[in-house]
Write a protein that binds this ligand. Structure first.
Ligand code: SIN
Length: 374
């Protein structure tokens, strides 16, 4: 296993070293020209980038070099992950830190709080220019939005994962990590909110979603598109997310040890209220209804949702469709029922915002404003 890992990293390292021999340290060329090396690369000050490792497939191992499913996520430690890409040292002063080691389907609110607090601590330091978080891809979209709302700094934060384990032929982890460090150390990424980068692409943490169970191009921003690419040893941005993020939000996780419980009720033909009622009985403070279409709600679900609302639970209408805006008072009279529309957030992202909103208020008008704003 270990020798497989070494072999795959060595192969990638050799290829990357060859590329860097042609264009070293070009990440620091902010001229907008191609990634050619500065004349005196020794004079260039490298950015200080901390790599926070949390597990996932990028730290996964398989039984053989051709194992790309059925592998074990979250096996490789942070130092091994970082040392496996020696090219990182040419583009940044990098150091790794293991924050936790999990497959990201097991991500809990405690993990999110711990990660956000650690990033905020590090970014307060003058000697930290940017952060990279290595993460399982399954819930990257939740973590990226949570950090986008709770990191209190304009310095770059880039989340990266991999779709193939570190032991696989053509493992995508090393190049994805290399690109993430390039972005995190770049001036171009300052003030752009939390970013997600895989497959040479950069997406906004608020907007990105996983769209394919297993392919390397799984991360997309439906309809709106990605922010840019990484090519030629530098990030190329073409647009930014317009919503308030990071230092401009009202959310602050300092002093928080837990978050209000918010659950997702999935809408489907022949839907019943068994799950909803159980969530409410178990103490949910908020429910995101992932309805079909434009956040539609079946007739049989309206009374149970209104009963939940009367019991103090915040009800957010979202959609299982995967893109588009929920029209407030469109499919349902939200004003009359005192429900909230999720704007264009998918249910899993709406859940993150509602949890944070509930740390500030339980006023539905204020919460609706947050959904328009963030
Ligand atoms: C995980 O999310 O931890 C497993 C899947 C992946 O990283 O691609």
């Amino acid at each position: 296993m270990r020798s497989n890992l070494k072999r795959s990293h060595v192969a990638v390292a050799t290829l990357a070293a060859a590329l860097l021999a042609v264009a070293p340290a070009a990440a620091l060329d902010s001229s907008g020209s191609s990634g050619a090396a500065p004349a005196d690369s020794a004079a260039v000050k490298l950015p200080n980038v901390v790599i926070l490792c949390t597990g996932g497939t990028i730290a996964g191992t398989g039984a053989s070099t051709t194992t790309t499913v059925g592998y074990t996520a979250a096996k490789i430690g942070c130092d091994t992950l970082v040392d496996g890409v020696p090219e990182l040292k040419k583009i940044g002063n990098v150091r790794g830190e293991q924050v936790y080691q999990i497959a990201s389907e097991s991500l809990l609110n405690e993990h999110l709080l711990k990660l956000s607090k650690r990033i905020n601590e590090l970014l307060k330091q003058d000697d930290v220019d940017g952060i990279v978080v290595t993460h399982g891809t399954d819930t990257i979209e939740e973590t990226s939005y949570f950090l986008d709302l709770t990191v209190k700094s304009k310095k770059p934060v880039v989340i990266v994962g991999a779709m193939r384990p570190s032991t696989a032929i053509s493992a995508d982890g090393p190049i994805n990590l290399y690109n993430a460090v390039l972005i995190a150390g770049s001036k171009e990424a300052v003030g752009k909110g939390v970013l997600v980068s895989l497959n040479d692409q950069i997406n906004a943490g608020r907007e990105v979603t996983k769209t394919n169970t297993s392919t390397a191009d799984t991360f997309r921003t439906p309809d709106l598109g990605m922010l840019g690419y990484v090519q030629d040893n530098k990030p190329h941005f073409y647009r930014t997310s317009t919503r308030l993020n990071t230092a401009d939000t009202e959310f602050d996780v300092t002093g928080l040890d837990s978050l209000p419980q918010v659950d997702i009720v999935y809408g489907y033909a022949n839907e019943n209220s068994i799950a909803l009622d159980a969530f409410v009985r178990a103490g949910a403070k908020g429910i995101v209804h992932a309805g079909p279409g434009d956040g539609s709600v079946g007739k049989q679900m309206v009374d149970p949702l209104n009963a939940a609302r009367k019991a103090g639970v915040i009800v957010v209408r979202s959609s299982r469709v995967g893109s588009g805006i929920i029209a407030r008072n469109g499919e349902q009279p939200d004003d009359k029922y005192d429900w909230v529309a999720s704007d264009n957030l998918n249910p899993q992202k709406a859940r993150i915002l509602l949890e944070l909103a509930l740390t500030k208020t339980s006023d539905t008008k204020a919460i609706q404003d947050m959904f328009w704003k963030y």
